[in-house]
Write a protein that binds this ligand. Structure first.
Ligand code: NAD
Length: 440
């Protein structure tokens, strides 16, 4: 099938590449000239495990190409995917200007029946708005489908190739037939494709992300209470997770959720509720809990040093909002850097993939230094702070840590280490919801 994908970010590039891998002819369109040039020269602009191999293979087989020219990009396309940003506007509602702007442009270009698929996360009613925007300029027949994407950064390729489910919102049988053919290779193991109306599909995505955000914030509140009553949140997590109604996943407490999706999607759903005169109390609470949770680690550090941080140096391991991505959007690490440097401390940071992105944000902050690896970040540090649970941080050489970290103090926002080990190795160790260890 001839497919276009508009927007080649984390979702669009994975979508385009995976459809090409199944034998489709895919053109990806992006307005970012530098990004398109990079991709045309055979380089993947983001870090996403397993993407590069598929990307290279499909370019070589001439099934995957890139352009900044929308007209060339959508020519002869049977299906056009919109994978454009939907960032929060000033009041928290999703900014639809990218989507509706692209829809108007498409209206001027459509020549034959086309299925326009909205893959971006968009509020209920957007499919209708996209339809109206296209109709302003086009007399051609087309269908607009809501097909929200559930991939996780860090697992994007495997999630796209073997999705738990595919949600397709449309009332058009013609569009259903086309998308069924397109998605068939991805559900060979029997995972479901759910067909529903556009509004329900749009709501499904927000409901999924908001529910996951609730789960995280709930566990973070339990962790905060565990600290106050002398319980261990990791034991509690195991104790509740074995109940199938609760499930083992997404129960890890930490320093709050970040990324480009959960924060903005919770806000946007809340705005939808307000716009419809509904007081969705949990959503407000979830955002507040998360805002507070992002400060939990810096509060621990401030207390430990009696608010005297001005001549301290901190090593910071992990910058991406989660492991296996270079994405730093809304990453808790950014707030930690801002807080510590505002208090006059120096921060030596290290992340396996996100260093370049962080350099762009803090290029004027002379208190931030960049290490080549996790151990180099420790040289001259008074304490270590851990913000992202990259696998390579899980089993470090504790003798090196002990040798380099002047105060033998570790503030771990991701509960990476056993409390007994930290005591035996002689560290002061604070994590989330597990009590303070002082083995010095
Ligand atoms: P992104 O910011 O990584 O990528 C968006 C891309 O669109 C960028 O490359 C940008 O240059 C391009 N773009 C902007 N305006 C354009 C235009 N007019 N024409 C062509 N290209 C244009 O965004 P993302 O993370 O891929 O997210 C896209 C959508 O998918 C959002 O609605 C998001 O909520 C949703 N989503 C994201 C994820 C995720 O994990 N990132 C998962 C599921 C759904």
């Amino acid at each position: 099938m001839r497919i276009s994908v508009i927007g080649t970010g984390y979702v669009g590039l994975v979508t385009g590449t995976c459809f090409a891998e199944m034998g489709n002819d895919v053109v990806c369109v992006d307005i970012d000239k530098a990004k398109v040039k990079l991709m045309q020269s055979g380089r993947v602009p983001i870090y996403e495990p397993d993407l590069n191999v598929l990307f290279q293979r499909n370019i070589k087989e001439s099934r995957l190409s890139f352009t900044t020219n929308l007209k060339d990009g959508v020519e002869d396309a049977e299906v056009i995917f919109l994978a454009l940003p939907t960032p929060p506007g000033e009041d928290g509602s999703a900014d639809l200007s990218y989507i509706l702007g692209a829809a108007e442009e498409l209206g001027k270009l459509l020549k034959q029946y086309t299925v326009i698929v909205d893959k971006s996360t968009v509020p209920v009613g957007t499919a209708e708005k996209v339809t109206e925007s296209i109709k302003k300029y086009s007399k051609n027949k087309f269908d607009v489908v809501s097909n929200p994407e559930f991939l996780r950064e860090g697992f994007a390729v495997s999630d796209f190739m073997k999705p738990d489910r595919i949600v397709i919102g449309t009332s058009s049988q013609k569009a259903i037939n086309i998308l069924q053919i397109l998605y068939k290779p991805f559900v060979r193991q029997g995972n479901p494709i759910y067909f529903m109306d556009e509004r329900s599909a749009e709501m499904t995505k927000y409901a999924a992300n908001s529910f996951l955000a609730v789960k995280i914030s709930f566990m973070n509140e339990i962790a905060n209470l565990c600290e106050r009553v002398g319980a261990d949140v990791d034991s509690v997590r195991l104790g509740i997770g074995s109940d199938e109604r609760i499930g083992k996943r997404f129960l890890f407490s930490g320093i709050g959720y970040g990324g480009s999706c959960f924060p903005k999607d919770v806000l946007a759903l809340h705005r939808t509720a307000i716009a419809n005169n509904y007081d969705f109390k949990i959503l407000d609470a979830v955002t507040n809990v998360n805002t507070h949770q992002k400060l939990v680690l810096t509060t621990k550090i401030t207390n430990f040093y009696s608010d005297e941080l001005s001549n301290k140096t901190f090593a910071l391991w992990g910058l991406a909002f989660k492991p296996d991505t270079d994405d730093i959007r809304e990453a808790p690490a950014l707030e930690i850097i801002e807080y510590l440097t505002r208090k006059g401390a120096n921060v030596i940071v290290y992340d396996p993939e996100a260093m370049d992105n962080v350099k762009k944000v803090f290029n004027k902050n002379t208190k931030v230094k960049y290490a080549k690896n996790e151990y180099e970040a420790l040289v001259g540090a008074d304490a270590l702070v851990i913000a992202t649970e990259w696998a390579e941080f899980r089993s470090p050489d504790f003798n090196k840590l002990k040798k380099y970290i002047k105060d033998s103090a570790i503030f771990d926002g991701r509960n990476l280490y056993e409390l007994n080990t930290m005591h035996q190795k002689g560290f002061y160790y604070e994590s989330i919801g597990r009590g303070i260890i002082d083995g010095r």
